[in-house]
Design a protein around this ligand. Structure first.
Ligand code: NCD
Length: 310
């Protein structure tokens, strides 16, 4: 395994292996000193061209818990402001001697492009509307920790701004790989223009799935990608597709509620539901560090291979 650019880089065995590894790193993160020397001497760069709280800090925490050295690049205080290209930027950083680069970029395909330009391992931390593979790995790990490893036939609904969501695209692929049945729930304007290549079904009707799903995943309305032009008003979106307190009360007794964050509280999810007993939102963030430790370890430790396609 050289890179993790897409869930397509993984087969079922590789996904299972990353989950198993992450489980052992969860044990490490629970120790008094949550650190192991596994990646001592390795250098990991976080290269974020879009704003991020949890993903960047999660990767950096993961790298530090494996004893790697971390370089943080912040676009706002870099030579990108002087017009430097992505290629020149990454080749400059690579010349300092790096082992992995974790990249987030507003353009779909940026991580793939980077992987052609540097020898280091590239991890896609979100490229435009395309993919966000580690989010899907942590989401599926979180589901498995509640539902057991076999999630064959588990019914998952992904609700909201699917069209602009790299999380949804990666989640659908990862869930399908594990045998879950996924339904997208959104107005037409927030569904992908075509579902060709999406191993799932779609509906406009949130009410019809409420009593019938094991997991309900909400997505943020991506205002920075002009999602608000896709429906009359936020109030109308919430009225039809928001997980309100009333709708949450009609979920099945064991239904889990997830959201990748950041949330628009009161838009796609009511604050009482986000903070309520079914919500796994904080746990998703917690599991994210262990997943990223697993990915970095797998890429950089010269681990025994096995199952990785990329
Ligand atoms: C997501 C992202 O950036 O794609 N956030 C995250 O990484 N947890 C989802 C979003 O921004 O809505």
């Amino acid at each position: 395994m050289n890179h993790l650019l897409s869930i397509d880089d993984l087969d079922r065995a590789a996904l299972d292996e990353l989950h198993t590894l992450a489980e052992s790193f969860l044990e490490v993160t629970g120790r008094e000193i949550p650190k192991v020397p596994a990646l001592r001497g390795k250098v990991v760069v976080s290269l974020f061209y879009e704003d991020s709280t949890r993903t960047r800090l999660s990767f950096e925490t993961a790298a530090k818990r494996l004893s790697a050295d971390v370089m943080t690049f912040a676009v706002g205080s870099s030579s990108v402001k002087k017009g430097e290209s992505l290629r020149d930027t990454i080749q400059t950083i690579a010349a300092m001697g790096i082992d992995a680069v974790v990249v987030r970029h507003p353009s779909a395909g940026a991580a793939h492009q980077l992987a052609r330009w540097v020898d280091a391992s590239v991890v896609n931390a979100g490229d435009g509307r395309h993919e966000h593979p580690t989010q899907a790995l942590l989401d599926t790990l979180t589901i498995r920790r509640h539902r057991g490893p076999a999630i064959d036939g588990l019914r998952v609904a992904i609700v909201g701004d699917v069209r602009n969501s790299r999380v949804a695209r990666s989640d659908v692929k990862a869930l399908a790989l594990l045998g879950a049945e996924v339904t997208l729930v959104a107005p037409d304007t927030l569904l992908p223009p075509s579902l060709a290549g999406w191993p799932c079904t779609a509906t406009h009707d949130l009410e019809s799935v409420l009593g019938d799903v094991d997991v309900l995943m909400l997505l943020r309305i991506q205002r920075e990608r002009a999602a608000e032009a896709s429906f009359p008003s936020l109030r109308e979106f919430t009225a039809r597709w928001g997980l309100t307190v009333d709708r949450a009360a009609r979920l099945g007794p064991g239904t889990l509620v997830m959201h990748p964050g950041p949330m628009n509280r009161g838009v796609e999810i009511a604050p009482e539901v986000a903070d309520g007993p079914r919500s796994l939102i904080a746990e998703q963030v917690h599991n994210g560090v262990a997943i990223r430790m697993a990915v970095l370890w797998k890429l950089l430790s010269g681990g025994s291979g096995g199952g990785m396609v990329a």
